[in-house]
Design a protein around this ligand. Sequence first.
Ligand SMILES: *Cc1c(COP(=O)(O)O)cnc(C)c1O
Length: 353
Amino acid sequence: MSFSPRARVHLQNIVANWRTIDALVPESKAGAVVKANAYGHGVARVARALHEAGCRTFFVAYVEEGAELRNAIRADATILAFNGADPCDADLVRAHRVTPVLNALPAIRDWLALSDAPDYAVHIDTGMNRLGVRMEDVSGLAGLTACRPPVHVMSHLVDSDDRSRAINVEQLARFKDAASHFPHARKSFANTGGCFMGRDYGFDIVRPGIGLYGGGPPLPDGIELKPGMTLEAPILTVQSVQPGETVGYGATHTFDTARTLATVALGYGDGFLRAAGNKGFASLGGIVCPIVGRVSMDLITIDVTQAADLAKPGAFAQFIGAEVLLEEQARRAGTVGYELVTGLGHRVRRIYD
Ligand SMILES: *Cc1c(COP(=O)(O)O)cnc(C)c1O
């Protein structure tokens, strides 16, 4: 028996989700965004499984992540690093064949000044005002890069969570305009939410991240994505409390009836959300067990009164999975699935099935 939390990572579900998304836009090939340790699922195992399924384009944020990924997968895959590279990263980039996505004209100038500059991609800012070459600089960019054009040109949607927003259509028009300056580059535009917006948004490659792991915006009718992981915490103790008693630090929850509680090994020290105190929930055998009191560093107490038969030391309570949807758990804590899965720390053992 183990008294530490575990994440069972479902590689087959992640591959199935990748195939589902790949089929959404038949003219476009799905890549895979595996930054932040494949959103907490384990980059080496996830990338190898996706590569085996036919994925040949991977996206990370940092070139160091790209180098780690290159060491994990076979040779015939493109790895792009969103946050770009400094010329002093050129050796790392060459050694691991990572393609940096350059995000501003000065960085592109510096890159092209390298002797034998490695391949690079360019991010066009079509409205996020965060990263990328601005629209007014695109024709200058085309001139600057005419003798050594980018191999990949991309942009990123501001609000793919809300498919009805006009800004998506405006960004698409700007991206089409910008992309027309780079006829030989591969193009990508859609993250997970963008993959549900129709063929116009697909271009050559789509860049799903959170959807591969079963999270993201509400799905269109008829589309299903499966959980990328099941996060579970073992019950350490079971105890009964009387009306008027409280639980945990700060006595933030007072019971008005007699309850059965279970304390499990999981906390914010594992990356679970402290904001889920008195708001989030677990599942025991499909029965909802609310989190009562604060989330501590290594412990959470749940109300197992409705599931008292199942609440035994050593039994595992689910905190993310088929019974506790990632986005629902995150929403209750006032955040998004991205933050919950990417935050899970090293103490959560990853088990692959
Ligand atoms: C993280 C990221 C993605 C993936 O987004 P999801 O919403 O997780 O699908 C795609 N493109 C860029 C530029 C990103 O930073």
